[in-house]
Design a protein around this ligand. Structure first.
Ligand SMILES: Nc1ncnc2c1ncn2[C@@H]1O[C@H](COP(=O)(O)OP(=O)(O)OP(=O)(O)O)[C@@H](O)[C@H]1O
Ligand SMILES: O=C(O)[C@@H](O)C(=O)CO
Length: 428
């Protein structure tokens, strides 16, 4: 069997989120970190996801990285391409969603794609083209305060129209209710009117099933991970995908347990508090201001972790802090420097502690995950069982480690409150 789906994801945890839903739909998935320089083993793989860092970088870099990923995925024989972005449509008026989608369409030589950001099980739904997070419109969900991509408009037709010179249309829920064939005809009718991007409503999983049926033969689809769970059934109907018994089967996990958290999102803060309450003495707080002073906080964190690992007890090392503390650190050090210090500290801890026997590692935060995965020199991840919607266990092979490293990369706002505790239980 050849690769059925090739995906281009604009961040690391977003890539893993899509991969997780594809596994749940019955596909065997590998996530690669950037365009591979040495060919990964793609035997017994149905979908490959290229994880990029293209969400908030300059538009030119995002489009050229995405096109390079597209070329590589086409070389692997991918039948359909999926451009994965955030379920909260994280972007600015400059991009990068519109320009990347346009560049991919141009390169593929096709005239239309769909935009399906919804991920209903995690509360991201779209109605009449308006994006909701839970019961709030996007612009009232907290995302209006995002430091890099503040989302101040929930009307996605309007949002995307500012990012592309092409026409943007809508497939609303009333249309989806007519079924997959009618929706496909609607998309064709919009294409005849030169509507290049179609924002699609989706309030629940049945809407995503209809959209998957309507779009399975489109060369390019775009969206959040929700559509990824619905597409595999359609691939099977097309005869492109066999029934796979355990698509998320990984090798048994082994080694010490460690959580590294650089996420300051609301969900992560609650997860850190919950873990500390359940495991008194299991946490060590990093502080960027102390790291900047060079007063040995990193060495103390390492010593703390060694002590926990010797007792075979899980350790949590976190820079996660409430908005006031984060603001204070950013005011003193600058946003970039504060973030960099934390990312470096956490990724160097990961490298040292994986060398010393950590084999089960949870990382919270998209940027943080990117930094840790890069520092560990990981080039590919095999996707396993889901811990919570959007977050699976994965496994990577490392040159200096005989058994594979089990790794969970958690998006800031994903996961139940007891995520850090349950992650290890799921693995057991
Ligand atoms: N105490 C702190 N003060 C200042 N910056 C911090 C602090 N703790 C973490 N950071 C930085 O904040 C950023 C958090 O981004 P990250 O993407 O890792 O988490 P997130 O935004 O919650 O996750 P996601 O992108 O998946 O939603 C990182 O650059 C991290 O280094
Ligand atoms: O789609 C989502 O919400 C996530 O996969 C993500 O991209 C968060 O950064």
């Amino acid at each position: 069997m050849t690769i059925v789906l090739g995906a281009i994801a604009d961040d690391f945890t977003g890539a893993t989120d899509l991969a997780n839903n594809l596994v749940r739909g019955g596909m065997r998935c590998v996530q690669v970190i950037g365009v591979p320089t040495t060919p990964p083993d793609l035997s017994n793989v149905d979908a490959v996801i290229v994880a990029l860092k293209s969400r908030s970088c300059p538009v030119e870099e995002a489009t050229s990285d995405s096109l390079a990923a597209l070329e590589w995925l086409r070389e692997q024989g991918a039948r359909q391409i999926f451009f994965k972005y955030c379920s909260t449509f994280d972007s600015t008026d400059k991009g990068n969603i519109g320009p990347v989608a346009d560049a991919l369409l141009d390169r593929l030589g096709v005239s239309q794609t769909v935009m399906v950001p919804a991920f209903p099980i995690n509360g991201r739904t779209v109605y009449q083209g308006h994006l909701f997070v839970g019961d709030r419109l996007l612009n009232d969900s907290g995302m209006q305060h995002h430091p890099l991509t503040p989302m101040t408009d929930a009307d996605l037709v309007r949002v995307l129209s500012r990012q592309t010179s092409h026409a943007v249309g809508l497939a609303n829920r009333a249309m989806l209710a007519k079924g997959g064939e009618a929706t496909r005809q609607h998309l064709d009718a919009l294409a005849a009117e030169n509507i290049r991007h179609v924002i699609c409503d989706s309030v629940d999983d049945s809407d995503l099933d209809v959209l998957a049926e309507a779009t399975v033969t489109m060369p390019l689809v775009t969206g959040g991970s929700g559509l990824g769970q619905a597409l595999p059934a359609q691939y099977r109907k097309q005869g492109w995908l066999a029934e796979i018994a355990e698509p998320g089967r990984l090798q048994p996990a082994s080694g010490n347990m460690l959580v590294l958290s650089g996420s300051c999102s609301r969900a992560t803060l609650a997860q850190v508090a919950d873990f500390l309450a359940r495991h008194p003495g299991a946490g060590f707080a990093l502080d960027p201001q102390a790291l900047a002073k060079g007063d040995k906080q990193w060495e103390q964190a390492l010593a703390f972790a060694f002590e926990r690992l010797e007792q075979d007890a899980p350790a949590l090392i976190y820079a996660s802090a409430d908005p006031e503390k984060v603001k204070a650190a950013q005011a003193e050090l600058g946003v970039e420097q504060a973030g960099r210090l934390v990312e470096e500290a956490l990724s160097q801890l990961a490298v040292t502690l994986v060398n010393e026997g950590v084999g089960r590692l949870v990382v919270a935060g998209g940027e943080t995950s990117g930094a840790v995965v890069s520092a560990l020199g990981i080039s590919a991840l095999r996707i396993g069982e889901q811990i919570d919607p959007g977050v699976p266990w994965t496994q990577a092979t490392l040159a200096n480690r005989e058994a594979p490293l089990s790794l969970a990369l958690k998006s800031g706002n994903f996961g139940g409150v007891d995520f850090f505790t349950r992650a290890f239980e799921v693995l057991a």
